[in-house]
Design a protein around this ligand. Sequence first.
Ligand code: ADP
Length: 480
Amino acid sequence: MNRNFIGGEWVGGAGGDVVRRNENPSDVSDIVGVYAQADAAQARMALRAAREAQPAWAAGGIQARAAALDAVGSELLARQRELGTLLSREEGKTLAEGIAEVARAGHIFKYFAGEALRVRGDRLESVRPGVEVDVVREPLGVVGIITPWNFPMAIPAWKIAPALAYGNSVVFKPADLVPGSAWALAEIISRSGMPAGVFNLVMGRGSVVGEVLATSDEVNGISFTGSVSTGKRLLSQATQQLTRLQLEMGGKNPLVILEDANLDIAVECAVQGAYFSTGQRCTASSRFIVEKGIYSEFAARLVAAMKTLRVGHALHPDTQIGPVADAAQLQTDLEYVETGKAEGATLACGGELLRRETEGFFLSPALFTDASAQMRIAREEIFGPVACAIVADDFDHAMSLANDSPYGLSAGICTSSLQKASYFRRHMKSGMVMVNVPTAGVDYHVPFGGTKGSSYGSREQGAHAIEFYTTIKTAYTRAA
Ligand code: ADP
């Protein structure tokens, strides 16, 4: 059994042996591992350990932090194939995607190893002669990290690495569905030379372990990625303790295709953005907004491309699209396929359960055409390989359709007009804007996040991550 890591010790589940069996969505007969489940008391123990350990970690200096993060990054990069295989086995994305995600996590740790050395302050003259003012950054303190199942290695990495780099201690609660990658990451961090209690892993249910983080006054900040409903719940609970929050939630990301687009690029962006990683990315394109002159041709070419996609076991070398992550998500996806039909959209391709040699959650990527902006399939986040295409009369109409969403994470346009691309970049209400590149698939060294209902709090990743993980102190000094 793989155990939790609390105060520098590997501890069993609550009451000794409460465990979760980790099932492979490509082959439900394959159990990836058995993982301890923490209870509320253990989550509180982890918070106490983190509280006690944090001052020494912050005082221990930036070289020690940089060295520890660099060691974690090196090991992730060295073991990317092995850990990528584990990730694909438990989450269901293809082996290539799994390996790339582990490599990305490795690069993130190395990036923040460097950032630990680059924390800047300001020195200003005071308006009072003889007094100097220093503005410095200090660690936030104890940070709770709550992550979803769709990027089991990269999302924990992009929260844990900056938290530790800037001198915070961490209590990490991964998603129930994917404890394997989280445990492997924690095991590497446990050997990186950090004092006991600086980093803690508590696997377990959101309603148990997550609630402790949300309601404890021992937590200074929570960085969360997950659903809108859980994000809002956290907001209502954690702000009672004045806990700082960073929430990354859903998306309903548009990809606009104009008549002047290079259609090869448009189809490539559509397939990659909507269906790779089985559509289970918060940045996935789920609304194709297509100018009427090329609507039919685009739809026909997209359907042709979709029909060539090979859906299958995540670890099979030929597979391009892995299974849906679990039975519950598959059920949701199938219900949305039914909803789309009932709403009057045309199911142009896919949306069917597929049989493979192993028993898994295989679904053919689905495209609805003749969709309208009011349909639920065009408004609600599905989080699966299901997208819809909507006709736009012209560029202005496309812009207003693209912005007509409660979400604002990522938005893309395919066009060869610099003027229209510039207008789109300026007027899309989203945190990320993509021109002739897919809405999903972002760099690790620049900010990530959205507007409107997609995000809350300051940006993740890149140099802007420091805003969440530090607090500002202003010091006035008169030499006396
Ligand atoms: P997803 O659909 O990505 O699983 P969730 O919002 O359900 O989205 O889960 C994201 C993370 O939030 C998971 O780690 C989950 O266990 C955790 N979580 C779920 N419920 C709560 C809660 N009440 N308080 C804190 N965390 C929670």
